[in-house]
Design a protein around this ligand. Structure first.
Ligand SMILES: NC(=O)c1ccc[n+]([C@@H]2O[C@H](COP(=O)([O-])OP(=O)(O)OC[C@H]3O[C@@H](n4cnc5c(N)ncnc54)[C@H](OP(=O)(O)O)[C@@H]3O)[C@@H](O)[C@H]2O)c1
Length: 265
């Protein structure tokens, strides 16, 4: 971990007994969907390790989770924006807090496709956050979780990763890598007892989509979080959320190329 990183050791060292029970580790913990994901675990007295770049947001989320029953919350302020950095940070965090039972990797940037295509800097930043950092975290999680032979690594891909569309293929292709990487890691770990869940939401009403017009297709983050929790409980491989996206994306994925490339979406 570099000097930016900071573990709230007070709770970690003084209250070892509080770190019993289910351990939920969330990367990009300030995400709107991640917060709704964490709350039901708090009600079941889980303990948490929350990682995100903004310490103030993490403190607010920590307070929220304690109010709802969390046994213990450790926060780590770390900017999830490189592969090696995220890998090393995750290893250091696990060394201090122990491996999670459930890990959620939630950081992500949508970006504007046109803007990304004309700014190598912005394109690189989006790929660092959406691809490089999650891959580094998964590499480190795999090492520690396989040894214990249980748990779930749940990672946000997107329906946008199912087929590159003209309007958002930069973001979509970053998520396509996550879909392929999680699929392969799930197969690799199939006998280990660790499940890897690929999460494919459609549009969800969070900070990420604040600038977009509201649409009947836009889901509530709480409903999406509940779908993810159900999928984890059932050891599913891939969850489309809301579930109708599986059908929509099946159609889109199977449209003949000649028709698909004429569509303006
Ligand atoms: N919302 C949707 O419609 C939708 C659809 C499909 C998939 N997803 C995926 O679902 C996941 C969660 O998204 P959400 O909707 O909950 O979004 P969100 O509320 O905007 O949260 C995004 C997360 O990414 C972090 N992040 C953003 N830019 C960052 C940067 N430059 N450096 C480090 N961290 C950064 C945010 O940290 P800060 O709080 O500090 O900004 C936050 O933790 C993402 O992977 C997203 O791609 C979302």
């Amino acid at each position: 971990m570099d000097s930016q990183s900071k573990i709230d050791k007070t709770s970690d060292d003084k209250n070892k007994d509080k770190r019993q029970g289910h351990h939920v580790m969330i990367f990009g913990a300030s995400s709107g969907i991640a917060l709704e994901f964490a709350r039901p675990f708090a009600a079941k007295k889980a303990h948490f390790t929350l990682v995100a770049r903004d310490e103030d947001k993490l403190k607010d989320i920590s307070a929220d989770l304690y109010t709802r029953g969390a046994r213990d919350v450790s926060i780590v302020a770390y900017s999830l924006d490189s592969l090696e950095g995220s890998y090393e940070a995750t290893r250091a965090i696990i060394k201090q807090t122990d491996a999670p039972d459930t890990a959620l990797i939630a950081q992500g940037i949508l970006g504007d496709n046109e803007e990304l295509l004309h700014s190598p800097k912005k394109m690189e930043q989006m790929l660092q956050i959406n691809v490089m950092s999650p891959v580094g975290i998964m590499m480190a999680l795999e090492e520690s979780m396989v040894v214990r032979g249980k748990g779930t690594i749940a990672v946000f891909s997107s329906v946008a990763g199912d087929r590159g569309r003209a309007s958002n293929f930069a973001y979509g292709s970053s998520k396509a890598l996550i879909t392929a990487f999680t699929s392969g890691m799930r197969a690799r770990l199939t006998k280990s007892g660790v499940n890897v869940l690929t999460i494919k939401p459609g549009m969800v009403a969070t900070a990420m989509t604040d600038h977009l017009p509201r649409s009947p297709l836009m889901a509530n983050p709480k409903a999406v979080a509940n779908d993810i929790i159900k999928a984890i409980t059932k050891h599913e491989a891939v969850v489309y959320t809301p579930s109708f996206w599986r059908f929509i994306m099946f159609i889109i994925s199977h449209l003949p190329e000649g028709i698909f490339r004429r569509l303006k979406f």
